[in-house]
Ligand binder design. Sequence first.
Ligand code: PMV
Length: 356
Amino acid sequence: MEENLFVSKTAPPREFKSFWEAPSNIALVKYWGKISSQIPKNPSLSFTLSKCVTKTEILFKPHKSKTFDFDFYFDDKPMTNFEIKLGTFFKLVSSYIPWINEYKLVIKSQNSFPHSSGIASSASAMAALSLNLMDMERKLFPKMDNSFFYQKASFLARLGSGSAARSIKGPVTIWGKNNSVSFSSDLYAVNFDDELSPIFKTYQNAILLVDKNSKSVTSSQGHNLMNKHPYASNRFIQAKSNLKNLVDIMKSEDLDGFVEIVESEALSLHAMMMTSNPYFILFKPNTLSIIEKTWDLRKNKKIPICFTLDAGANVHLLYPFEFKNIVKIFIEDELKEFCQNGQYILDYVGVGAKKI
Ligand code: PMV
């Protein structure tokens, strides 16, 4: 699809309030390296989560000055730290939703997960914002169909944070043009087709909060380091091949194949960080202790549990629904001690964002 199909016409301003909840997501095949405006160097695939969400309400107030303006509140308190990031996002999206310049936005947002937990909130935050923007656009242009609504929401979210494109729908989304999914796109994420094996629709994701401090290297800096990375071109080939194989695996119940690709992707992402110039390490000793304990459990109890990592030290454990109780006991008995303040979140695969 051409980018200019996403540019809306103008319409008379009117006051409107919208409220959306959007989930976080965890990539199984990782996006690391971009061309420009969040056009990925390789396709990625993720599980949409259920409990880790951002709830955002926007009041759109028409104003005469025709210069776009907004106020942002987080947990009911004015939050000026995000203003630059949000301002950049609104400037970018205004090319596609020019009506925004006729409004002042009052934005109120909150996260379900602990503040500064080290869980990336930009995906759920940008997705929730974009869905609110699309709600307003649908108010102005009521003929819009549902599939365009969600496609453009993913397109706008991508401009805020690449991985946010994958936080609109669920349970599994794919972002980035690839040969396995004919309707895939670099501009927005699409759903895994109907052939997804049912076992993955109830997959569990325990998030072990190892380190809640903000990252020493941001994801934007990390993506940029891939531009001159000595192993970048092979990494993009590897990710494309992993995506192709994982799509096939997720149509079956090949859990051994699933474990192998998911863990290899997590370690490859961190290997890219460790071999970039400048190099950096985002995991912590406790991250490795949790990985080793997880490998022991898998081997000793024959449970198809695996880990993945985001750009940080927290560990995401992935396992089928039927092992939910065993894994909970395992975390309490053996992993909790490696988590900061003993904190962890028991989440699971979800169906995507919803209007409140
Ligand atoms: O969406 P960004 O620019 O924050 O990049 C996300 C990168 C990873 O979380 C490391 C991987 C991914 O695909 O989500």
